[in-house]
Each structure stands twice: as C-alpha cells, then as structure tokens.
Design a protein around this ligand. Structure first.
Ligand code: SF4
Length: 488
C-alpha cells in the first residue's frame, strides 16, 4: 500500500458508494415517475427560497465563503498533522481513536465495540459516513439492531428504502406516503393516524422514545472535529441527536478524515455557513459538542473511528481533492436542475447530486462510478450555491478527462478509432469521394430536417443529439458545375 502525506492511501472497500447501473438508465426511470418529480420540485423549491432569504441577510456572505474555502484548503494541505493533533487531543481527554482504511475495517471496529459493550441494539444519529460504509447491514449481520432516530432516516429505514438526499433523506416521499409507512411498519401506532406533520412527528417521537431510554450504545457521525481540543460537533434540527449523544453509556463516532478543522475560531465560520446553506436557518436548533469523556456526565466510553475509504486517494489528486472540502450542506443538490428532476436514487450512491458526482467517483475510483461526472449540464448553479466555493463544474470536467484517459489506457476510444479511420479516408481522393457518396445516402435517414438515429458506431452521437442532414451536392460537385457554367 502506498502512502501520501504520511497516510496510507486506500481505495474504498465495500459500502454504498458504487453505482449498480449507469446514471442515464436510472435517470430515465426516475423521470417517468411524475409523483417523484412533484415531490422533489416542491421540496427543493421550498429549501431554495429559505436559503436565499437568510443568505441575503448577511452583507459579508462572500467573505465567509472565501474564509471557509481557505480553511478547508489549508486543512487538506496539512491533513496528516491535524489528524495527529486530533487523535492526541481526544485521547488526552479519555477518548479512544481508531483508524479504518475502508468500510470493511470501519464496520468491524464498530461491531467489535458494540459487542464489547454487551449490547445487541444501538441508536443512531443521522450519519452519511455510516450510510457510506453500510454500517446498518454489517451490524444486522452480527445480530445487532440499529435504530435510526432522525425522522427522515427513520422514514427511509421503516420504508425499506434508500436515502435520496444528503440532508433530507426522504425528500422523495410526501406526507401521505409517510403516513402509510408509519401505519404499516411501526406496530404501536394508531391506525387512524393522519398525514398532519405534527401528528406524524408525534408518532415518531413516541416510537423512538422507548429506544432512547433502553439503548446503551449510541452511534453518530460528526460534522466537524476540532484538532486543537479534540472536540467533536454534530448539528441537527430535531434533538434526536442530542439524545443519542448523551443518554447511552457508550458513544461511537464514525467520521471521514476530511471533517477535521484546525481550531475553534475556524468552527465559527462553518457554523454560520452550514445552517444557512442546508436548512435555510440562521443557526442549527441543536449544536452538540463533546470532548472526550466527562466523568459522571454523558457517555463514559467515547470512541472516534477515523475513516479513509478512498479519501487519501482523492487527496492525492491536487485538483480532485477540492471535493473533500464539502461540509455536506446539500445546497448544490437543491439548485441542480438535474437532481431536481431525477432525485438522488438515480445517482446510485450515498452521495447524490453535484457533490456526489465529483466525490463518489474519487472515493471508489473513476471507473466504478464512471457515468456520474457526466450527470450534469455544467450550468454552474452548484458553484454559486456552495458555501465553501467548491468549483464543482471544473471538477466534473477534470473527472471526465480522467475517465477518458483511463479508458484510453485500456482500449482505444471510439473517438480515437474514428479519427484513425477519418485520416485513412482523407489520405486518398478516391476514398474521400466514395465516403462522401456514402454520407449523402444518409439523407434517406433524415426526418424533419435532422437525423436523430444513426447505426453503430455513429449511434453514440445521435444518442444525445441530432446529426445534420448532408447537403444534396458536395463541394467538389458544386465547384465542377460552377467551372462548367463559366465555360472553362
Ligand atoms: S459541495 Fe458545497 S454545496 Fe454541495 S453539499 Fe458540499 S458544501 Fe454543500
């Protein structure tokens, strides 16, 4: 295994990062679902309007974005140092730090810790890192039940579904669908439950309260980890996270290594950027922070699992590493015209939308999520919305180039073969004239002034755009007739 910045580099292990079918095919199916498109259009439009209103309140929004960008760039440039500092600080305060190269290692560590605590069930704070590594499945295989406590994650879990949005995992569900899921799956819910939001929240609260009071192990992710003190931070809206972080005896946090930030002062920048960009709020209703173990108060066994799972491989790409600056606010999803129409499932990865299109292929290796960098019109709306100014359109182009290069190393591309054939044809006047005659036969395929379907290998062109109809007369024919008309 190679190293980078003193860290071992590892590709992603198993987990929920890889596409099982190409984006265009999955997107076509999603686009046919009119209910899904209505749900998405309504929800993203609502969040967009809220975000725009609170961002407009801050006269120094652009300066904040620039500060967030600079902090992240500095952190990535010295990631090994900040991680060492974080580890030392957590351990000095009574916590235990574990390093996981990939999903398999991270799942094994968490499973061992839960078994060691003598538990067979855990309560979970919403966490993309644990979704990424497929932790719930790994725990289930070891006989441990994991209960999601975030309302949207609970809806997804009870619906035997997959998250489709970074922040609002059940964004593809409307209230009536959620009511049906609760009545069908909760067991202890009143069958006369309505789809009133307050009634649905109350049903979830009652269902979860018993889990909070009985579970002895809590599992979380972390939005930020402060290297100088070893403090971990989770922001959330419902208070369920606060329950998971304080009630159990054992707390296990799984965190991607890119979430570390150097200082408390840096945190103040992100706590302004994140809530405005994610939920359109001035501050998060619940901001929980903990530093190691506090005797007699909260969990007495505190573990931090630092997850690589492809991140050091992304870090090794000086351009692509910018994707690691992401603070998972989801603003880029909400403004993306592609995401708004297809939803998150079409991306086939835990990280959907524009950030997923540049992050997932780097975590897995570009070949394993090859269609994602193309799932964009490059309109630039994601860049404008990103609170840490990640230039997603440029990253998409960069990853497309990497994909083409990798393909070229394996097999000559269709473009290279076409160019070689064109060179051979154009090297001979006879061959060129014959090719022109064949090309003009293409007029037979035209409909309404364009050719929308050509046979392979030219089908790749007409799969995404029309081909122009060849003229009735070639330039040579026109020139010859002109010369004749001039009496030459
Ligand atoms: S890329 Fe930027 S806008 Fe998108 S989720 Fe990450 S931080 Fe938010």
């Amino acid at each position: 295994m190679s190293t980078f910045l003193g860290l071992p580099t590892a590709p992603a292990g198993v987990g929920h990062l890889r596409q099982t079918e190409p984006f265009p095919r999955a997107a076509r199916r999603a686009l046919a679902d009119t209910q899904l498109r209505r749900n998405l259009g309504k929800a993203t439009g609502h969040i967009r309007a809220k975000r725009a209103a609170v961002v407009a309140e801050l006269p120094d929004w652009e300066e904040l974005r620039a500060a967030g960008q600079a902090i992240k760039a500095r952190t990535m440039a010295h990631l090994d140092l900040y991680l060492d500092q974080l580890e030392a600080a957590v351990q000095a305060r009574g916590g235990t730090v574990h390093w996981a190269r990939d999903a398999t290692e991270a799942n094994a560590i968490v499973t061992r810790l839960v078994h060691h605590a003598g538990a067979d069930e855990v309560v979970k704070v919403k966490s993309l890192a644990t979704d990424e590594i497929g932790l719930n499945d790994a725990l289930a295989a070891a006989g441990i039940a994991a209960y999601e406590t975030d309302l949207a994650e609970l809806i997804v879990q009870l619906g035997h579904d997959r998250p489709s949005h970074i922040l609002v995992p059940a964004i593809h569900r409307n209230r009536a669908e959620i009511r049906d899921i609760f009545v069908r799956e909760m067991g202890d819910v009143d069958p006369a439950l309505t789809d009133d939001p307050a009634a649905l929240a109350e049903a979830a609260r009652r269902h979860l309260r018993r889990k909070f009071l009985s579970a002895t192990v809590g599992i979380s992710g972390a939005n930020f980890a402060i290297a100088e003190t070893g403090t971990l931070c989770v922001v959330e809206s419902e208070g369920n996270g606060r329950m998971c972080l304080t009630l159990p005896e054992t707390l296990i946090t799984v965190m991607g290594i890119e979430k570390v930030i150097p200082t408390w002062a840096d945190l103040s920048v992100f706590l302004q950027l994140l809530p405005r960009s994610s939920t359109g709020e001035r501050m998060n209703p619940y901001t929980s922070m903990w530093t190691g173990v506090t005797p007699g108060d909260g969990p007495q066994a505190v573990h931090l699992v630092l997850l690589d799972n492809g991140r050091t491989a992304a870090l090794a790409d000086p351009v692509g590493r910018e994707a690691l600056h992401c603070i998972r606010c989801s603003a880029c999803l909400n403004v993306c015209p592609v995401y708004e129409r297809t939803g998150g499932h079409a991306y086939g990865s835990v990280y959907p939308g524009p950030i997923g299109a540049v992050l997932s292929p780097q975590l897995t290796g570009v070949e394993d999520n090859a269609s994602l960098p193309y799932a964009s019109s490059l309109c630039g709306a994601c860049y404008e919305a990103c609170p840490v100014k990640i230039d997603i359109p440029s990253l998409l182009v960069h990853l497309r180039a990497r994909h083409v290069e990798e393909r070229r190393r394996l097999v000559p591309s269709a473009e290279a073969v076409t160019m070689a054939a064109a060179s051979w044809v154009m090297a001979s006047p006879g061959r060129f004239a014959a090719a022109q005659a064949t090309g003009r036969a293409g007029r037979l395929l035209s409909r309404r002034g364009a050719i929308s379907r050509l046979p392979p290998p030219l089908a790749a062109w007409t799969g995404a755009r029309d081909a122009p109809v060849p003229p009735a007369q070639t330039f040579r024919q026109w020139w010859a007739s002109r010369e004749k008309g001039n009496g030459a």
